[in-house]
Design a protein around this ligand. Structure first.
Ligand code: NAD
Length: 481
């Protein structure tokens, strides 16, 4: 049974309130929090975007978005009541129009938050105008969408721009992976159980895999994606964040800076990645769909839609334990999981016939969030002492009996954290810069060498070379399914 603690009343301005992200995630998410009783009835949501429309037209747009993308269990009248809390002002991020009208919505006695759900090229303009036009106060919060920079230099420049107008404690850089229930559960599992943490190191862990697989291609984002690629779009942020949570030292407290300090240390301890430890792929045509190059309308594209790499963390805890990261589009299944493969028992008393058995903890972030722990047992029956591995399977929905409707999705949870003023699940400026500092030389390396990604067939597990990356080390990826 989920316990909903209402947040303080707030004025949330969504720049880009008419955009795709606002319609698919932010607004339906806010409605779910409203229905769950977490959003106070006096709270206000103010859409701000370029289109000229009035509040009534925006409310219709929000109603449609919730109809299409929302899933709140609502009682009669709830949507109408929610929409009464929704407002709109046409504002030009690069101009002077609309800012005073927007300001007139803001109350002195409500938490004030500004969500930048617009192209990153507008982040600086909006930050500046919020300040110069007197909309922001020292307690206001800003929520900044991804991508946060394109490389280290641009991330530093963006941090510097935001720092002119906002203190670091006011800036919420969103990585929605950190808002997922299972990702937080990862910390609960690690630090709440005596069972795991003593074994969570190079002495007992053979290797760790992080896989984020998608079935979709680049879709309508081709032009953007082709300038970015899997390394920038997924590894630098999402996979890096997962890596940090799995590898970090226990923070002394579950508090924003304590957690973020430990994550930062992991990133800084990452070794540079050697060229032979990276596999880049690009999907070909297949399954009735065009190739990557066709999707992005660039015959000569060298951008990767798949990447696998072997990362090493040079610190006391992890020296010698590789972390294998892989992510890609047009793969067999949509799945995100983290797999911790423990070492073999030091000596097999059952002889060579018993085979090789090891404990594997697999944490599934999506779909069907849950965990399995492979445990070695005796094969039942008269066949002698034969060993098999069986999964202790815990699908969270079954185990907890949670009404999945009541569990907030990543965006909802993170927005509520912004209102509460809790930065634990948001990236700090130095973390983002450190992640780019590790990523940049890898990208510069393949650009300087003129590396071309290998083509892979859609619907599989990516390029053969990615399998070889582990085979070479006598290991095998967990199947994508
Ligand atoms: P979008 O193009 O659908 O929407 C852009 C919004 O910005 C519109 O509301 C538009 O009116 C507004 N806008 C554009 N120029 C403006 C200006 N000069 N002044 C004021 N408003 C202006 O974009 P989106 O897909 O919603 O993405 C928004 C942000 O979220 C981007 O930073 C994107 O990278 C990020 N993001 C999006 C998704 C997604 O699934 N769509 C996922 C992750 C991150």
């Amino acid at each position: 049974v989920s316990r909903v603690i209402p947040v303080d009343t707030f004025d949330l301005v969504i720049f880009g309130g008419t955009g795709d992200l606002a319609r698919r995630k932010i607004l339906p998410g806010l409605f779910r929090r409203y229905c769950a009783g977490q959003m106070p009835p006096e709270a206000k949501i103010i859409g701000a975007a370029r289109s000229e429309m009035d509040a009534a037209e925006f409310r219709e747009m929000v109603r449609e978005a919730i109809g299409e993308f929302g899933s709140a269990p609502q009682s009669a009248g709830q949507l109408d009541a929610f929409l009464e809390r929704v407002f709109y002002e046409a504002v030009d991020a690069k101009g002077d129009g609309g800012w005073d009208a927007l300001k007139s919505h803001l109350r002195d006695d409500a938490v004030r938050a500004f969500y930048f759900s617009v192209a990153p090229s507008l982040f600086g303009d909006i930050a500046e105008r919020l300040n110069h036009k007197g909309l922001s106060t020292p307690d206001s919060r800003i929520v900044v969408e991804k991508p946060f920079g394109h490389d280290l230099a641009s991330a530093k420049a963006l941090n510097a721009t935001l720092a002119q107008y906002f203190d670091e404690t006011q800036i919420y850089r969103i990585d929605h992976y950190l808002g997922k229930e299972t990702v937080q559960n990862l910390m609960a599992v690690r630090f709440g159980n005596t069972l795991f943490e003593p074994l969570w190191n190079a002495q007992y862990v053979d290797h760790i895999e992080i896989t984020v697989a998608e079935t979709v291609g680049v879709g309508g984002r081709g032009a953007y994606y082709d300038k970015s690629g899997a390394m920038r779009d997924m590894v630098q942020n999402h996979l890096m964040q997962l890596l940090c949570l799995i590898a970090m030292e226990p923070p002394a407290k579950f508090e924003p800076d304590a957690v973020r300090d430990e994550k930062l240390k992991v990133i800084r301890a990452l070794d540079p990645v050697e060229p032979q430890d990276i596999v880049r792929g690009q999907y070909g045509a297949g399954g009735g769909e065009d190739s990557y190059k066709t999707h992005v309308e660039n015959d000569r594209s060298r951008t990767e839609s798949f990447i696998a790499l072997k990362a090493q963390i040079s610190n006391w805890r992890w020296a010698g334990t590789p972390f294998y990261l892989r992510t890609g589009k047009r793969l067999r299944a949509r799945t995100s999981d983290i797999t911790v493969v423990f070492k073999d028992a030091p000596h097999s008393i059952f002889g060579a016939d018993a085979g090789r058995h090891r404990n594997v903890l697999s944490i599934r972030l999506q779909p069907n969030e849950g965990m399995t722990l492979d445990v070695t047992i005796k094969e039942p029956g008269p066949g002698g002492m034969r060993l098999i591995d069986v999964p202790l399977d815990m699908a969270f929905a079954d185990a907890l009996g949670t009404d999945t409707e009541a569990v907030p999705d990543a965006y909802e949870r993170l927005i509520m954290d912004v209102i509460r003023g809790n930065q634990t699940l948001f990236m700090r400026g130095d973390e983002v810069e450190a992640a780019w500092a590790w990523t940049d030389p890898i990208i510069e390396g393949w650009e300087a060498r003129g590396d071309v990604p290998v083509t892979y067939d859609p619907g599989g597990s990516g390029p053969e070379d990615a399998l070889m990356l582990l085979h070479r080390d006598g290991r095998r990826w967990r199947e994508i399914k």
